[in-house]
Ligand binder design. Structure first.
Ligand code: ADP
Ligand code: MG
Length: 323
């Protein structure tokens, strides 16, 4: 069976010219660019909890980095370096090095796109667990935080929401999607696109930002709590795919849209005065950016349904939207 060191050398050691020292010593060395702060974030993917045990390794490699890139996007940071802690079941290593090859391919494919260097990690034997730490850079004092939303700000989202949750619901046989719909929704679940460029361009425009990993309601809720403000959003303003539109207003589709998670889109707030610039940015990056509501004073998140009726989301009602 291939040794731990052979795995590291064969599959995970690549040049890392932007680091002072990469893989191979007890620690990597990095030097932040002058005038920049480091942004550091970790996300773990667990077999059985975040993906099915038989998931395609190439897609897993992609997703394990993508979910971390998304955290950098939410801070407005430029991702630079990553570390990868891997627990691998003996069966994977013994039976099939193809798994490692495909995983590394998926990981490095996306890393290459964003010029992210893998500079270290840990490799051990155990139930499949993939933990990536990402390190990015952002100009001093400029990072987008959850705490900056102010009363009167618009609430924006990128892309469309709910497709990943719809695809998951289909795989779990809780909803039936047509072949064309599943083909359209599955990439959002398997190979999400982190809004890395958008995040960096929102510096100077957005007052707060978060990436939507746990569902719009929960994640916008984090902005509201951190910023000590309230919000009203309109459900029919939330941009969604043709597949989602077809299944709305089925309760499960509403749940996927509002609380599904795994979207990896950005939710951000911005003063009204930035609206034109944000629309221009949307056209330039070819990423839909839509206003879904407004920040107000006080606390709580009100959602208006398609008829303009209020859905109550406070306390227990809020759980109702969890899936
Ligand atoms: P140590 O015994 O000091 O923990 P290791 O033998 O675990 O060192 O790792 C040797 C080198 O390989 C280190 O530079 C470490 O960061 C790197 N490394 C280990 N596993 C991975 C991995 N899965 N991906 C990238 N680098 C790794
Ligand atoms: Mg180690």
């Amino acid at each position: 069976m291939i040794s731990e060191f052979d795995i590291i050398y064969r599959y995970f050691t690549r040049p890392s010219p932007a680091a002072v020292l990469g893989i191979g010593d007890d620690a990597a060395l990095i030097k932040p660019t002058t005038g920049m702060e480091l942004a550091v974030s970790t996300d773990m993917l667990l077999s059985g909890q975040h993906f099915f045990a038989d998931a395609d390794p190439r897609k897993l490699g992609h997703k394990s980095l993508a979910v971390n890139l998304s955290d950098m996007a939410a801070m407005g940071a430029r991702p630079r370096w990553a570390t990868l802690a891997l627990a691998l079941p003996e069966a994977i290593v013994r039976a099939d090095e193809k798994w490692l090859e495909a995983f590394a391919d998926g990981f490095f494919g996306l890393a290459h796109t964003h010029q992210v260097e893998l500079i270290g990690g840990d490799t051990t034997c155990g139930p499949l667990n993939i933990c990536v730490t990402i390190i990015g850079e952002v100009a001093k004092g400029k990072a987008l935080r959850r705490s900056g939303a102010r009363s009167g700000d618009d609430i924006w989202i990128s892309g469309h929401l709910g497709d990943a949750a719809l695809a998951l619901a289909h795989e779990q046989r809780r909803i039936v999607l047509e072949p064309g719909e599943i083909a359209a929704c599955l990439p959002a679940l398997d190979t999400p696109t982190a809004r890395v460029q958008l995040g960096q361009r929102l510096i100077g425009l957005a007052s707060s930002a978060i990436d939507i990993s746990d569902g719009l309601l929960a994640d916008l809720g984090h902005i509201l709590k951190s910023s000590k403000v309230a919000a009203v959003i309109r459900m029919n303003e939330i941009n969604c795919s043709t597949a989602m539109k077809k299944h709305l207003p089925q309760p499960l589709a509403i749940k996927c849209l509002l609380a599904g998670g795994d979207d990896y889109e950005l939710c951000f707030t911005a003063p009204k005065s930035k609206c034109g610039k944000i629309q221009t940015l949307s056209r330039e990056l070819e990423i839909p950016l839509t206003r879904i509501g407004r920040i107000g004073e006080g606390e709580g998140l009100a959602v208006l349904d398609a008829e303009g009726k209020l859905l109550t989301l406070e306390t227990k009602g809020y759980d109702h939207f969890r899936i």
